[in-house]
Design a protein around this ligand. Structure first.
Ligand SMILES: [Zn+2]
Length: 274
């Protein structure tokens, strides 16, 4: 992901946190009735289009649940091979680097589950049957109580990978929950109890993540290849740019938390009828 507000941002990017310090409403709208704090799940599967999306979208919530004993799994749909502003960057090296960063980020969150890379080419993710098959496979195999992913119905979203990853999350659940879908997988069908969508077009659920801002930031800072393009932190930064990024993330947590009176929160669309 990179910052869409930057004039020369490449096409493979969108950082929903970019304007958090100035925008009166973070993104989307807030439903009239807002719930808070799911029961801590035993197993969680967080799905992102690129390495770092999960940490931006729900890192503090995952950290909170991991701290409370949940097994947190990551499923990353693309290889992240376009996540740079450096035209000389070797894509294969970038893919390896970003996988290592994603594993480090998961560890920073306290996640003890699997970190799965589907490996579709960055910028070219589709939400077709083959991709849905793979997502359903991992839902059936990892058997999460809660699945978290991009909101595919967020209005005016530009990045196709985020939209397709969101659709795959929703459609993967439908395929995983019903036994006659993909019987050749030879896996028991599995119906999660809740789906949370981050970057929600209309948020109606907030997780209180007070105390986990630092953990979310530590996980974001594990994505070192994204410092320049996504976080606006140059190699030459003496700490000021890092502080600005930190303030931006903390401000967003504050805005989300304020919806329910929490110091820090992460807001989602909750779908509990699966
Ligand atoms: Zn992304």
């Amino acid at each position: 992901m990179t910052d869409p507000t930057a004039a020369n941002a490449p096409s493979s990017a969108a950082d929903p946190a970019a304007d958090a310090t100035t925008a009166p409403v973070v993104f989307g709208s807030v439903a009239a009735s807002v719930s808070a704090n799911l029961t801590v799940p035993k197993r969680v599967l967080a799905i992102g289009a690129h390495p770092d999306d999960v940490e931006f979208g729900c890192g503090a919530t995952l950290a909170k649940w991991a701290c409370a004993g949940a097994v947190v799994h990551h499923l990353i749909c693309t290889d992240g091979s376009k996540g740079t502003w450096d035209a000389q960057q070797n894509p294969a090296e970038l893919v390896m680097m970003r996988q290592q960063e994603q594993r480090a980020a998961a560890a920073a969150l306290g996640a003890t589950g699997e970190v799965v890379f589907l490996g579709w080419t960055d910028g070219e993710l589709d939400s077709g049957l083959r991709q849905r098959w793979e997502v359903a496979y991992w839902i059936r195999r990892l058997r999460p109580d809660v699945v978290i992913g991009h909101d595919p119905w967020k209005r005016y979203r530009l990045h196709p990978d985020h939209r397709h990853a969101g659709l795959l999350t929703v459609e993967g659940i439908v395929a995983a929950r019903d036994p006659l879908f993909f019987p050749e997988q030879n896996l028991e069908h599995h119906r999660p109890t809740a789906l949370l969508l981050y970057e929600a077009d209309e948020a109606d659920h907030v997780e209180d993540v007070t105390g986990f801002a630092g953990t979310k930031l530590a996980a974001l800072f594990a994505h070192t290849s994204q410092f320049r393009s996504t976080m606006k932190i140059e190699d030459t930064d003496a700490g000021e740019q890092r502080q600005i990024f930190t303030a931006r993330i903390v401000a967003r947590l504050g805005q989300h938390g304020a919806i329910k009176g929490f110091t820090h929160g992460e807001a989602f669309k909750l779908i509990a009828q699966l």
